[in-house]
Design a protein around this ligand. Sequence first.
Ligand code: TAP
Length: 452
Amino acid sequence: MTTDVINPATGTVLTSVPSLGLAEVDQAIDRAQRAFPGWRAVAPGERARLLRRFAAVVEEHLDELADLEVRNAGHTIGNARWEAGNVRDVLNYYAGAPERLIGKQIPVAGGLDVTFHEPLGVVGIIVPWNFPMPIAGWGFAPALAAGNTVVLKPAELTPLTAIRLGELALEAGVPEGVFQIVPGKGSIVGQRFVTHPAVRKVCFTGSTEVGKSIMAGCADQVKRVTLELGGKSANIVFADADLEKAAAAAPASVFDNAGQDCCARSRLLVQESVYDKFLALLEPAVRAFRVQDPSDAAAEMGPLISAAHRTTVASYVEGADVAFVGNAPEGDGWWFPPTVLLAHSPGDRHWREEVFGPVLSVLPFRDEQEAVRLANDTEYGLSGSLWTRDLGRALRVSRAVETGALSVNSHSSVRYWTPFGGMKQSGLGRELGPDALHGFTDVKNVFLASGE
Ligand code: TAP
């Protein structure tokens, strides 16, 4: 079976790729299982060298990978180049890990006690369509560095860069069977990662609903699981903030990648004393946001991923109180303009649910206490920002907002060398940073009797 791959900026078919059935998935898992003993036995320095070589080959193909993502996912060329570069950087970062996967020596009587970080075996990685390259790399780079073999399922909508990365790994000298791309349906390929006993860990990024079912399925075999799920992050603007700077930065914090970002700051909380002033500053910034052909270097936002997703996003705007709307091309492709909605209560559907599109909901707040209460009034807790010139307030609110990654006077949440992941129903476990590696190992404690 095959699946057509569509360019979301034009609605035309780009190519088609295989969609694997159960028997083929089992064969891939079998190959990964057979490759595992050899890969874990590769000397740490040699595994590091292979990962660095993989990073170098990604670098050599950066333009090609970025171009594929522009056409397959509608990402702007600027973002797509960053994303391919992020795969390279994450590989280089975790290439430093094999020689540093250091255990402990713990004082005991009668011998020596040491710990080892043992690889798990075959790791299954399930990737969504919104950031196909980075999310794949955040899983496979540390998994491979720790000595695991990997089967990776890209989203059906966006398989092209993952398939290419699988080829580039082989070109770099990563042995056959160590890193395999297994394209196909979530309900077949992804689900098999959950049920196949040889897959010892599942890394899933996607909707909270599917994430919960994966977690429940993994319980059956006490399978390790990392979940990166939805978000409804707050951007809190206090009256003492640099309002010009905060307003200029707000559009990209929610409209980047057409809002299809689990970290999107899709709830804007503005202190009521500056509410009108802030919206007046925000409006021209939203109207100026450049939504255009994503292959154009000036583009700040491309189309939505699919026609069906556009219908879902539009359903949040119907009947809502629209403050202002930016621009988007008309005609072919799944375009949707940046849209700012006024929330009238925290119960409004567009305020509560993850829209996953270029839709920003705005609500005023009275004081710090109310800002924290409203920010935390959600089942999610992935990301967020706050803007203030008061250092004490920045510290208090940073500690009080229940979220895995927060920025003060900025909207950055992702650096490959700092931890990333969600609190509450936004996820389980952390990716990136120095500790992610331990999510791909089990600790073994060994006591050696001295025979005294
Ligand atoms: P999901 O259905 O969760 O898809 C994410 C990945 O999981 C895809 O590779 C998908 O495969 C796979 N999958 C689906 N059902 C599965 C199952 N039963 N077992 C194992 N794997 C399965 O997300 P979506 O439909 O693409 O998007 C729906 C909503 O989820 C979005 O609107 C957004 O709110 C949220 N979302 C969040 C994120 C992040 S980063 N947190 C990313 C994407 C979407 P297929 O290729 O067959 O779909």
